[in-house]
Design a protein. Structure first.
Length: 88
């Protein structure tokens, strides 16, 4: 089974919670999750974004409606997870 999604990482918990609020207010399906262990950065929380929401989220990121530290694209197949930078 394959999983493909994007993550927004943060420097602090407050930033992660604010981002979750902004995304929900914009009716974007995104979920606050613990930062996966394959990524060692930030506060320990991330926002998970489905590929279908990527363009809408990118527009918000470019508008700087909330602070974020780094962006990742993850593809998980079985027990292997491939992590790449998500570039705007």
């Amino acid at each position: 089974m394959m999983q493909h999604y994007y993550l927004i990482a943060f420097d602090g918990t407050h930033a992660a919670l604010k981002a979750e609020t902004v995304l929900k207010e914009m009716d974007i399906k995104a979920k606050l999750i613990p930062l996966p262990s394959v990524i060692a950065a930030g506060c320990g929380f991330a926002i998970k974004v489905l590929p279908s929401e990527k363009k809408a989220v990118e527009a918000l990121l470019q508008q700087s409606l909330f602070e974020w530290s780094s962006l990742y694209e993850l593809v998980k197949v079985g027990n292997e997870t491939k992590v790449e930078q998500w570039n705007l």
